[in-house]
Design a protein around this ligand. Structure first.
Ligand code: FAD
Length: 323
């Protein structure tokens, strides 16, 4: 039986939350493709076997002394060698910063097409189809993958993780990585967000815009986000003003997010902002301008002054969630 290969990112020897999502996405279509799901990690990952519950029948841990720290070229060599030895039906990466760095290079090395930032998958006539937003979310494209496998990056939070109750065999596979061909290597990583939840991984994102008027007013956004257990996001206007750091920026030149709930506060809804959040499941907008474009994509809209509404909303929600 042929296989869908799912490259699963890890940090500090543990799987990232997105792994459950992309393995579940593969499992969901695997029946129609008559395929099994093989999860793949770079190096050993202590919770690798947990992917069995989400539909992986095997987890292959690629090992090489050159895979100790991240390098685009080293990881691409390892992934390509493994893909070529497997003849898969499809290859998935997460559309995280690292997955987006790696997948195009891997696709080029194995000579197969790349479909980036996919938000939905289906099988028709035995062939895999992938959906992706284009032109800052104005167009939704469905692509059919012809004549062999495609390399796909799947947008985090676009695919729901689903436990199917299986178990996975975990094995290690030594791969040849030519260290002489690795021209740039990550030597150190420093967390910039002080342990805060990343916007692209959070289930709930509360974002603030220029209408908040000053950096210190972001306390309103932080209080609401913390009450809901969510992450703080920002528009580019706010980041450009130096009120928030770029890792929180949502949009075309920031991060693309698909949380269960996105709350946009005092954000106008410029097309470049919408490009980063319209695939959120529920969108709540709070803006004092009833004609603000953000209301066109909002599931629920509140027209009014954020300085009056947000503290009341946070207070009421605290009563419900208890923190
Ligand atoms: P504004 O457009 O100034 O909107 C502020 C809103 O706050 C208004 O709608 C106003 O009605 C409301 N408001 C004011 N006071 C209150 C109040 N008291 N209560 C409630 N509401 C209030 N932008 C991004 O966000 N992300 C990107 O990645 C991005 N990439 C870009 C890339 C390019 C190439 C370009 C050209 C632009 C990009 N932009 C991006 C910028 C984008 O075009 C907008 O300028 C930006 O999103 C506006 O931010 P904003 O909504 O916070 O500010």
């Amino acid at each position: 039986m042929s296989t869908i290969l799912v490259f699963c990112p890890a940090r500090d020897g543990l799987l990232r939350p997105v792994c459950k999502e992309i393995v579940s996405a593969a499992k969901r279509i695997s029946g129609d493709l008559n395929a099994r799901v093989t999860a793949v990690t770079f190096g050993e990952v202590s919770d690798a076997a947990t992917l069995g519950a989400f539909g992986a029948s095997t987890v292959v841990q690629l090992t090489s002394p050159a895979l100790g720290s991240y390098s685009t070229e080293g990881y691409a060599q390892a992934a390509s060698e493994f893909i070529q030895s497997e003849s898969p039906l499809a290859v998935f990466f997460a559309a995280t910063a690292r997955g987006k760095d790696l997948a195009p290079r891997v696709a080029a090395r194995v000579g197969r097409p790349l479909f980036s930032d996919c938000t939905e998958l289906k099988v028709e006539g035995g062939q895999l189809h992938a959906q992706r937003p284009m032109y800052a979310g104005k167009v939704i494209l469905w692509a059919k993958i012809n004549g062999g496998f495609g390399v796909l990056t799947l947008r985090p939070k676009a695919f729901l993780p689903a436990e199917v109750g299986g178990s996975a065999a975990v094995e290690s596979r030594a791969v040849n990585v030519d260290a002489a061909k690795v021209r740039a290597q990550v030597v150190e990583e420093k967390a910039t967000s002080g342990g805060e939840l990343d916007v692209s991984e959070a289930d709930i994102v509360v974002s603030g815009g220029r209408g908040l008027k000053a950096a210190e007013h972001f306390k309103l956004i932080e209080d609401l986000a913390h009450t809901l257990g969510g992450a703080v996001g920002a528009s580019r206007a706010v980041v450009d003003a130096g009120w928030r750091s770029h890792h929180e920026q949502v949009g075309q030149t920031g991060k693309v997010v698909s949380p269960t709930l996105y709350i946009a506060i005092a954000i106008s809804g410029a097309v470049q902002h919408l490009a980063g959040m319209t695939t959120s499941r529920v969108i709540v907008a709070i803006n004092k301008d009833a004609d603000a474009p953000i209301f066109k994509v909002a599931t629920y809209g509140i027209v009014g002054d954020a300085f009056e509404i947000v503290p009341k909303l946070t207070e009421e929600l605290r009563k419900v969630v208890g923190h």
